[in-house]
Design a protein around this ligand. Structure first.
Ligand code: FAD
Length: 290
Protein backbone atom coordinates (compact mmCIF):
# COMPACT_ATOMS: atom_id res chain seq x y z
CA UNK A 1 0.00 0.00 0.00
CA UNK A 2 1.14 3.53 -0.69
CA UNK A 3 1.78 5.77 2.33
CA UNK A 4 -0.15 8.65 0.76
CA UNK A 5 -3.27 6.42 0.80
CA UNK A 6 -2.70 5.70 4.51
CA UNK A 7 -2.28 9.42 5.24
CA UNK A 8 -5.50 10.26 3.43
CA UNK A 9 -7.57 8.12 5.84
CA UNK A 10 -9.54 10.09 8.39
CA UNK A 11 -7.75 8.61 11.39
CA UNK A 12 -4.76 9.11 13.63
CA UNK A 13 -1.77 7.08 12.48
CA UNK A 14 1.27 5.90 14.41
CA UNK A 15 4.32 4.63 12.50
CA UNK A 16 7.63 3.28 13.73
CA UNK A 17 11.17 3.38 12.38
CA UNK A 18 13.79 0.64 12.50
CA UNK A 19 17.32 0.54 11.19
CA UNK A 20 19.22 -2.28 9.44
CA UNK A 21 22.30 -3.92 10.97
CA UNK A 22 25.67 -2.18 10.58
CA UNK A 23 27.43 -5.53 10.14
CA UNK A 24 26.30 -8.81 8.58
CA UNK A 25 26.89 -10.53 11.94
CA UNK A 26 24.13 -8.48 13.58
CA UNK A 27 21.58 -9.24 10.83
CA UNK A 28 19.52 -11.86 12.73
CA UNK A 29 19.25 -9.91 16.01
CA UNK A 30 18.28 -6.72 14.18
CA UNK A 31 15.72 -8.58 12.08
CA UNK A 32 14.19 -10.02 15.23
CA UNK A 33 13.96 -6.57 16.82
CA UNK A 34 12.37 -5.14 13.65
CA UNK A 35 9.88 -8.00 13.62
CA UNK A 36 9.09 -7.31 17.29
CA UNK A 37 8.15 -3.74 16.33
CA UNK A 38 6.16 -4.98 13.30
CA UNK A 39 4.18 -7.36 15.52
CA UNK A 40 2.63 -4.25 17.13
CA UNK A 41 0.88 -3.61 13.79
CA UNK A 42 1.70 0.08 13.38
CA UNK A 43 0.11 1.93 10.43
CA UNK A 44 3.41 1.63 8.57
CA UNK A 45 7.12 1.20 9.27
CA UNK A 46 10.19 2.85 7.84
CA UNK A 47 13.53 1.11 7.44
CA UNK A 48 16.58 3.37 7.27
CA UNK A 49 19.46 3.09 4.82
CA UNK A 50 23.13 3.07 5.78
CA UNK A 51 24.57 5.60 3.35
CA UNK A 52 27.84 4.22 1.99
CA UNK A 53 27.61 1.15 4.25
CA UNK A 54 28.20 -2.46 3.26
CA UNK A 55 24.80 -3.65 4.47
CA UNK A 56 22.59 -1.42 2.30
CA UNK A 57 20.79 -4.42 0.82
CA UNK A 58 19.43 -5.37 4.24
CA UNK A 59 17.13 -2.32 4.18
CA UNK A 60 15.17 -4.00 1.40
CA UNK A 61 15.36 -7.46 3.02
CA UNK A 62 14.06 -6.22 6.36
CA UNK A 63 11.31 -4.10 4.77
CA UNK A 64 10.21 -7.06 2.68
CA UNK A 65 10.21 -9.41 5.68
CA UNK A 66 8.04 -6.98 7.68
CA UNK A 67 5.51 -6.71 4.85
CA UNK A 68 5.34 -10.42 4.13
CA UNK A 69 5.25 -11.72 7.71
CA UNK A 70 3.23 -8.97 9.38
CA UNK A 71 1.31 -7.32 6.51
CA UNK A 72 2.59 -3.94 7.70
CA UNK A 73 3.27 -1.45 4.88
CA UNK A 74 6.90 -0.38 4.77
CA UNK A 75 8.86 2.53 3.38
CA UNK A 76 12.48 1.92 2.41
CA UNK A 77 14.86 4.82 2.93
CA UNK A 78 17.29 5.44 0.07
CA UNK A 79 20.20 7.88 -0.06
CA UNK A 80 21.95 9.17 -3.18
CA UNK A 81 25.24 10.35 -1.66
CA UNK A 82 28.11 8.64 -3.50
CA UNK A 83 25.68 6.77 -5.78
CA UNK A 84 25.74 6.68 -9.55
CA UNK A 85 22.52 6.95 -11.55
CA UNK A 86 23.02 3.35 -12.63
CA UNK A 87 23.28 2.15 -9.02
CA UNK A 88 20.12 4.02 -8.06
CA UNK A 89 18.16 2.57 -10.99
CA UNK A 90 19.34 -0.93 -10.03
CA UNK A 91 18.26 -0.35 -6.42
CA UNK A 92 14.86 0.91 -7.56
CA UNK A 93 14.38 -2.32 -9.52
CA UNK A 94 15.27 -4.31 -6.38
CA UNK A 95 12.86 -2.31 -4.21
CA UNK A 96 10.09 -2.82 -6.75
CA UNK A 97 10.83 -6.56 -7.03
CA UNK A 98 10.58 -6.81 -3.22
CA UNK A 99 7.02 -5.43 -3.39
CA UNK A 100 7.82 -2.18 -1.56
CA UNK A 101 5.74 0.76 -2.81
CA UNK A 102 7.26 3.60 -0.77
CA UNK A 103 10.66 5.29 -0.67
CA UNK A 104 11.98 8.02 1.61
CA UNK A 105 14.34 9.81 -0.79
CA UNK A 106 17.37 11.29 0.97
CA UNK A 107 20.62 12.91 0.08
CA UNK A 108 22.54 11.32 2.96
CA UNK A 109 25.72 12.65 4.54
CA UNK A 110 29.31 12.49 3.37
CA UNK A 111 30.55 9.07 4.60
CA UNK A 112 33.16 9.33 7.36
CA UNK A 113 36.71 9.31 5.99
CA UNK A 114 35.49 9.73 2.39
CA UNK A 115 38.09 11.52 0.27
CA UNK A 116 36.93 13.64 -2.67
CA UNK A 117 33.48 14.71 -3.74
CA UNK A 118 30.70 12.21 -2.92
CA UNK A 119 28.05 14.36 -4.66
CA UNK A 120 28.71 13.60 -8.33
CA UNK A 121 25.57 12.22 -10.01
CA UNK A 122 23.31 13.67 -7.31
CA UNK A 123 23.79 16.84 -5.28
CA UNK A 124 20.49 17.05 -3.43
CA UNK A 125 17.61 14.78 -2.49
CA UNK A 126 15.30 16.64 -4.91
CA UNK A 127 17.27 15.09 -7.81
CA UNK A 128 16.70 11.63 -6.34
CA UNK A 129 12.99 12.39 -5.90
CA UNK A 130 12.82 13.36 -9.58
CA UNK A 131 14.65 10.18 -10.60
CA UNK A 132 12.26 7.98 -8.60
CA UNK A 133 9.17 9.74 -9.96
CA UNK A 134 10.49 9.27 -13.52
CA UNK A 135 11.07 5.60 -12.75
CA UNK A 136 7.42 5.43 -11.69
CA UNK A 137 5.23 3.39 -9.36
CA UNK A 138 6.49 4.63 -5.97
CA UNK A 139 5.04 6.97 -3.35
CA UNK A 140 7.98 9.21 -2.45
CA UNK A 141 8.59 10.97 0.86
CA UNK A 142 11.39 13.27 1.99
CA UNK A 143 13.05 14.63 5.11
CA UNK A 144 12.62 18.09 6.62
CA UNK A 145 14.13 19.98 9.53
CA UNK A 146 12.04 22.12 11.91
CA UNK A 147 15.24 23.68 13.29
CA UNK A 148 16.87 24.01 9.86
CA UNK A 149 19.29 21.57 8.23
CA UNK A 150 22.85 21.81 9.54
CA UNK A 151 24.28 22.68 6.07
CA UNK A 152 21.82 25.52 5.54
CA UNK A 153 22.87 29.12 6.04
CA UNK A 154 19.38 29.95 7.32
CA UNK A 155 15.91 28.45 7.71
CA UNK A 156 14.43 30.56 4.93
CA UNK A 157 16.79 29.06 2.31
CA UNK A 158 16.19 25.61 3.76
CA UNK A 159 12.44 25.98 3.24
CA UNK A 160 12.98 27.34 -0.31
CA UNK A 161 15.00 24.17 -1.05
CA UNK A 162 12.33 22.04 0.61
CA UNK A 163 9.72 23.52 -1.72
CA UNK A 164 11.90 22.42 -4.69
CA UNK A 165 11.97 18.89 -3.25
CA UNK A 166 8.19 18.83 -2.94
CA UNK A 167 7.78 20.28 -6.43
CA UNK A 168 10.01 17.48 -7.72
CA UNK A 169 7.40 14.97 -6.54
CA UNK A 170 7.77 14.46 -2.79
CA UNK A 171 4.33 13.46 -1.50
CA UNK A 172 4.92 13.82 2.23
CA UNK A 173 7.65 14.94 4.60
CA UNK A 174 8.91 13.44 7.84
CA UNK A 175 10.70 15.73 10.26
CA UNK A 176 13.99 15.40 12.01
CA UNK A 177 13.51 14.75 15.73
CA UNK A 178 12.67 17.73 17.95
CA UNK A 179 12.03 18.01 21.68
CA UNK A 180 10.01 21.21 21.76
CA UNK A 181 6.68 21.05 19.90
CA UNK A 182 6.59 24.84 19.49
CA UNK A 183 9.48 24.49 17.02
CA UNK A 184 7.33 22.12 14.97
CA UNK A 185 4.25 24.37 15.04
CA UNK A 186 6.33 27.36 13.93
CA UNK A 187 7.95 25.31 11.15
CA UNK A 188 4.57 24.05 9.96
CA UNK A 189 3.34 27.63 9.73
CA UNK A 190 6.46 28.59 7.72
CA UNK A 191 6.22 25.67 5.26
CA UNK A 192 2.51 26.30 4.66
CA UNK A 193 3.27 29.99 4.07
CA UNK A 194 5.89 28.88 1.51
CA UNK A 195 3.19 26.98 -0.40
CA UNK A 196 4.14 23.47 0.74
CA UNK A 197 0.85 21.62 1.15
CA UNK A 198 1.89 17.95 1.52
CA UNK A 199 1.51 16.20 4.91
CA UNK A 200 4.34 16.99 7.34
CA UNK A 201 4.77 14.13 9.81
CA UNK A 202 6.51 14.92 13.09
CA UNK A 203 9.30 12.48 13.96
CA UNK A 204 9.45 11.83 17.70
CA UNK A 205 12.50 10.25 19.29
CA UNK A 206 11.96 8.63 22.71
CA UNK A 207 15.26 9.19 24.49
CA UNK A 208 15.72 6.23 26.80
CA UNK A 209 19.44 6.51 27.61
CA UNK A 210 21.34 9.60 28.72
CA UNK A 211 24.08 9.23 26.06
CA UNK A 212 21.42 9.20 23.32
CA UNK A 213 20.89 12.92 23.94
CA UNK A 214 24.50 13.71 23.11
CA UNK A 215 24.36 11.62 19.91
CA UNK A 216 21.04 13.13 18.90
CA UNK A 217 22.36 16.67 19.29
CA UNK A 218 25.60 15.84 17.48
CA UNK A 219 23.80 14.23 14.52
CA UNK A 220 20.89 16.60 14.12
CA UNK A 221 21.89 19.83 15.86
CA UNK A 222 18.47 19.88 17.59
CA UNK A 223 17.86 21.87 20.76
CA UNK A 224 17.27 20.14 24.06
CA UNK A 225 14.87 22.10 26.27
CA UNK A 226 15.65 22.76 29.92
CA UNK A 227 12.75 20.50 30.92
CA UNK A 228 14.34 17.54 29.15
CA UNK A 229 17.84 18.35 30.44
CA UNK A 230 16.43 18.16 33.97
CA UNK A 231 15.09 14.68 33.27
CA UNK A 232 18.51 13.51 32.06
CA UNK A 233 20.25 15.13 35.04
CA UNK A 234 17.90 13.49 37.52
CA UNK A 235 17.42 10.02 35.96
CA UNK A 236 20.33 9.63 33.51
CA UNK A 237 22.28 7.24 35.73
CA UNK A 238 19.30 4.97 36.44
CA UNK A 239 18.58 3.01 33.24
CA UNK A 240 15.02 1.98 34.14
CA UNK A 241 14.00 5.39 35.42
CA UNK A 242 15.54 7.10 32.38
CA UNK A 243 13.64 4.81 30.02
CA UNK A 244 10.37 5.45 31.85
CA UNK A 245 10.91 9.21 31.86
CA UNK A 246 12.00 9.26 28.18
CA UNK A 247 8.91 7.34 27.10
CA UNK A 248 6.68 9.63 29.19
CA UNK A 249 8.28 12.72 27.62
CA UNK A 250 7.80 11.37 24.07
CA UNK A 251 4.21 10.36 24.89
CA UNK A 252 3.55 13.85 26.22
CA UNK A 253 4.91 15.39 22.99
CA UNK A 254 2.69 13.07 20.89
CA UNK A 255 -0.45 13.82 22.92
CA UNK A 256 0.16 17.54 22.55
CA UNK A 257 0.64 17.15 18.77
CA UNK A 258 -2.56 15.13 18.38
CA UNK A 259 -4.48 17.54 20.62
CA UNK A 260 -3.36 20.31 18.25
CA UNK A 261 -4.72 18.55 15.18
CA UNK A 262 -1.65 16.66 13.95
CA UNK A 263 -2.98 13.23 12.97
CA UNK A 264 0.15 11.42 11.78
CA UNK A 265 3.01 10.64 14.13
CA UNK A 266 6.27 8.87 13.33
CA UNK A 267 8.28 7.40 16.20
CA UNK A 268 12.00 6.75 15.97
CA UNK A 269 11.63 3.47 17.83
CA UNK A 270 15.28 2.48 17.16
CA UNK A 271 14.81 -1.31 17.05
CA UNK A 272 13.34 -1.33 20.54
CA UNK A 273 10.02 -3.21 20.49
CA UNK A 274 9.52 -2.60 24.24
CA UNK A 275 9.74 1.17 23.77
CA UNK A 276 7.40 1.12 20.76
CA UNK A 277 4.96 -1.05 22.70
CA UNK A 278 4.91 1.27 25.74
CA UNK A 279 4.26 4.31 23.57
CA UNK A 280 1.50 2.49 21.73
CA UNK A 281 -0.05 1.38 25.05
CA UNK A 282 0.13 4.94 26.42
CA UNK A 283 -1.85 6.11 23.38
CA UNK A 284 -4.29 3.19 23.10
CA UNK A 285 -7.49 5.23 23.53
CA UNK A 286 -6.10 8.39 21.96
CA UNK A 287 -5.29 6.58 18.69
CA UNK A 288 -8.96 5.62 18.36
CA UNK A 289 -10.20 9.20 18.68
CA UNK A 290 -11.88 10.73 15.63
P1 FAD B 1 18.45 17.61 0.99
O1 FAD B 1 16.98 17.75 0.93
O2 FAD B 1 19.18 17.47 -0.31
O3 FAD B 1 19.04 18.84 1.80
C1 FAD B 1 20.40 18.84 2.21
C2 FAD B 1 20.91 20.27 2.30
O4 FAD B 1 21.02 20.83 0.98
C3 FAD B 1 19.98 21.20 3.07
O5 FAD B 1 20.78 22.11 3.79
C4 FAD B 1 19.20 21.92 1.97
O6 FAD B 1 18.75 23.21 2.37
C5 FAD B 1 20.27 22.01 0.88
N1 FAD B 1 19.70 22.04 -0.46
C6 FAD B 1 18.71 21.26 -0.95
N2 FAD B 1 18.44 21.59 -2.22
C7 FAD B 1 19.27 22.60 -2.55
C8 FAD B 1 19.50 23.37 -3.74
N3 FAD B 1 18.77 23.14 -4.86
N4 FAD B 1 20.46 24.33 -3.73
C9 FAD B 1 21.20 24.57 -2.61
N5 FAD B 1 21.03 23.87 -1.46
C10 FAD B 1 20.09 22.91 -1.44
N6 FAD B 1 20.49 9.44 6.49
C11 FAD B 1 20.89 8.22 6.07
O7 FAD B 1 22.06 8.04 5.73
N7 FAD B 1 20.01 7.15 6.03
C12 FAD B 1 18.71 7.28 6.37
O8 FAD B 1 17.96 6.31 6.31
C13 FAD B 1 18.25 8.56 6.82
N8 FAD B 1 16.95 8.74 7.17
C14 FAD B 1 16.52 10.00 7.53
C15 FAD B 1 15.15 10.19 7.84
C16 FAD B 1 14.69 11.43 8.24
C17 FAD B 1 13.22 11.63 8.54
C18 FAD B 1 15.60 12.52 8.36
C19 FAD B 1 15.10 13.86 8.84
C20 FAD B 1 16.95 12.34 8.05
C21 FAD B 1 17.42 11.09 7.63
N9 FAD B 1 18.75 10.88 7.28
C22 FAD B 1 19.18 9.64 6.86
C23 FAD B 1 19.73 11.98 7.38
C24 FAD B 1 19.87 12.76 6.04
O9 FAD B 1 20.43 11.93 5.05
C25 FAD B 1 20.77 13.97 6.31
O10 FAD B 1 20.14 14.86 7.18
C26 FAD B 1 21.31 14.69 5.09
O11 FAD B 1 22.31 15.61 5.54
C27 FAD B 1 20.30 15.52 4.33
O12 FAD B 1 19.45 14.73 3.63
P2 FAD B 1 18.16 15.38 2.89
O13 FAD B 1 17.55 14.29 2.14
O14 FAD B 1 17.35 16.15 3.85
O15 FAD B 1 18.93 16.38 1.88
Amino acid sequence: MKINQILQKDQITLSFEVFPPKTAAKYESVKQAACGVAALQPDYMSVTYGAGGSTQGSTIDIAQEIQQRYQVTTIAHLTCVGATKEKIRQTLLEIKAAGIDNILALRGDRPQGFEGNPFLDYHFASELVEEIKNFGGFCVGGACYPEGHVDSANKKDDITHLKKKVDAGCEFLTTQMFFDNNLFYKFLYQVRAAGITVPVIPGIMPITRANQVENAVKLSGCNVPERFKNIVDRFGTNAKAMQQAGIAYATDQIIDLIANGINHIHVYSMNKPEVAQKIQDNLSEILRCK
